[in-house]
Design a protein around this ligand. Structure first.
Ligand code: BDP
Length: 597
């Protein structure tokens, strides 16, 4: 049985970080498995930091752009294995797919590069030194999420071509842990809150192995118990609860104990925020109060680390988001490292949690086509739509299982800028929306993110959404350089939406302009700092005219790396912050607006 709960250390559970310098090598001819690299050890490995993407530590283009199989290897020391213990190796993610070997034996595999890979390692690990090997692969196709293709060059080199606008970073991007947990373990838990005047009810459900008794306790910040329960499910009653509020988080601690004959077999502590999320009419309600979402679509992206998680980078991002007056971000276009959500729980940030359903429109430069409203179809002629949907469904299930207890998560986004105008698209997405609604114990809103061709007239998927997310680039991909005409066209579309779906909230999940922090021009031109600011102000004036618009998440928080091409100057420059997290001028305009709202 696999325990996917985030690793913790306490008197019963042990979690040992395996991060550091691992051994690494590329395998362009996919020969390593047959040659027994997992059994004999990697031949001539180089060292590679974990967690990090491999791409940007290199100085040669072929290494940075490498596409195919690659291997990681390290030694794991196990001090003592007790009879009544289970051992797991837990990777925060391995991009995009992997097979894991322990002491040369196949121990697990995973498809999808943005969610944990948990390997039941008990049968393979022995006391002392063990070899842990990962065979990973970063190729893209039309059944992987995200979607893309691979082109093989004349010299045999493979090139990944994502149908998306971010660099195809790969590697072991998040921390790796060796977990020792008891034989009969707490495997998972759910919580959901409801509020009444002066009271909160928290229903809980605990999944545990074996037949022990479950005790649950809720303690406040000072460690004082405020409610307790017995049994695998129940309700905790809290008088005068301190609510988890937007940008004003209060976290209780939920303690779960598994006991047998008076002895504690397992113990798991986690933070718990008391809050509710609901969509009512045109409003998104947190604790019954309407909230206007302000913030960004982000990426996990920084210099050298690529998509590798760093507490320091994440901390800087949160500080910048606080400085500018934001309260929300979307994990565009994939679930982020779990530490992002833990920090959001503490800071009171709201997260729209997105699965990697991106690139579902067949186009070389999907973002440009989508931005300009040119769809190339997808689901109708996808080579194996059932396998794609299965992979997508797995990601929906895994992300909800992983993130369901975070108070910061207020909605699930099933896709970004997919083709949504055909019956095939509708039939593809309907079961995914249904599953998300069924699986989430808190019944949070479920949404998807619509690009320009998903117009009020043509989109077949918006009725599935609890609130509608729009990515719109009037003044950039459409009528770029003419904000007056852009505004007219923008309002024309919004008037249509107002007629079509005025009963639900709308959130702008992308709007922005590429902007060089070195370029100033009066009067403004596209790419200048002045233009970004004027563009933002035009967008704000439109948002303010339509009361059903309940949020503005600008594209993007910071400049980020993409593939090379004539549309990108060493990456996407739509950041309000530069890639090294310094504000562009428009950031000051956003700060003035968001601090007032
Ligand atoms: C949208 C995509 C996003 C791109 C953005 C852009 O959702 O990933 O980076 O446009 O063009 O189409 O900047």
């Amino acid at each position: 049985m696999i325990s996917e709960l985030y690793p913790v250390n306490n008197e019963i559970r042990r979690a040992q970080l395996l991060d550091g310098l691992w051994r690494f090598r590329f395998d362009p001819r996919s020969e390593g498995e047959e040659a027994g690299w997992a059994q004999k050890g990697l031949p001539d490995p180089i060292s590679m930091p974990v967690p990090a993407s491999f791409a940007d530590v290199f100085t040669e283009a072929w290494q940075r752009d490498y596409c195919g199989d690659f291997w990681y290897e390290t030694d794991v020391y196990v001090q003592e294995i007790q009879q009544d213990q289970q051992l797991f190796i837990r990777f925060g993610s391995i991009t995009h797919r992997c097979r894991v070997f322990i002491n040369g034996q196949p121990a697990g595999e995973h498809e999808g590069g943005f969610l944990p890979v948990v390997v039941d390692a008990g049968a393979f690990l022995r006391q002392g030194r063990n070899r842990l090997t990962v065979l990973a692969n970063n190729e893209l196709n039309e059944t992987s999420i995200p979607c893309g293709a691979v082109r093989t060059k004349a010299d045999g080199r493979k090139q990944a071509q994502g149908y998306f606008d971010f660099f195809n970073y790969a590697g072991i991007h998040r921390s790796v842990w060796l977990m020792q947990i008891p034989a009969g373990a707490i495997r998972d838990y759910n919580t959901a809150c409801s509020l009444e005047a002066g009271k909160a009810e928290i229903s809980y459900e605990v999944e545990a192995e074996g037949d022990g008794e479950i005790l649950v306790q809720l303690s406040d910040r000072e460690g004082t118990p405020v409610a307790s329960g017995k049994g695998r499910q129940g309700i905790l009653h809290v008088e005068n609860p301190q609510l988890w509020q937007v940008r004003n988080a209060y976290l209780y601690t939920l303690t779960i104990l598994l006991q047998k004959n008076g002895r504690t077999i397992d113990h798991y502590d986690s933070p718990l925020g008391i809050r509710t999320v609901k969509v009512e009419g045109n409003h998104i309600l947190i604790n019954g109060q309407p909230v206007y979402l302000k913030g960004f679509g982000k990426h996990e992206d920084s210099e050298i680390l690529g998509r590798g998680f760093s507490f320091a980078v994440a901390k800087r991002d949160y500080e910048c988001m606080k400085w500018i007056g934001a309260n929300c971000f979307r994990t565009s276009h994939y679930p982020y490292a779990e530490e992002w959500y833990q920090m959001a729980d503490q800071e009171g940030f709201l997260i729209i949690d997105e699965v990697p359903g991106v690139g579902m429109m067949r186009s070389f430069a999907n973002f440009a086509a989508a931005g300009a409203g040119k769809s190339n179809g997808f689901f109708g002629d996808c080579p194996d739509v059932d396998l794609l949907q299965k992979n997508h469904m797995n990601a929906v299930e895994e992300v909800i299982r992983r993130d369901k207890n975070h108070p910061s998560v207020i909605a699930w986004s099933i896709f970004n800028e997919a083709e949504t105008t055909t019956q095939a698209a509708h039939d593809y997405f309907a079961p995914l929306f249904e599953a998300a609604r069924k699986l989430d114990p808190q019944h949070r809103p479920v949404t998807g993110v619509l690009e320009k061709t998903s117009s009020p007239e043509r989109c077949r998927c918006w009725p599935m959404m609890d609130f509608i997310c729009l990515n719109r680039y009037y003044g950039w991909y459409i009528s770029g350089g003419d904000l007056q005409e852009a505004k007219r066209q923008f309002k024309e579309e919004m008037d249509q939406w107002a007629e079509k779906a005025p009963q639900v909230p709308f959130v702008f999940t992308e709007f922005g302009t590429d902007t060089l922090d070195s370029l100033h021009k009066l009067p403004s031109v596209m790419w200048s700092q002045e233009y970004q600011q004027e563009y933002m102000e035009m967008n704000f004036s439109v948002f303010d005219e339509y009361p059903f618009i309940q949020g503005e998440l600008a594209w993007n928080f910071a400049d980020f790396q993409t593939g090379q091409g004539i549309m990108r100057v060493n990456g996407n420059k739509k950041g309000l912050f530069s890639r090294n997290r310094q504000p562009k001028e428009a950031a000051w305009a956003m700060k003035r607006r968001w601090e007032k709202q």
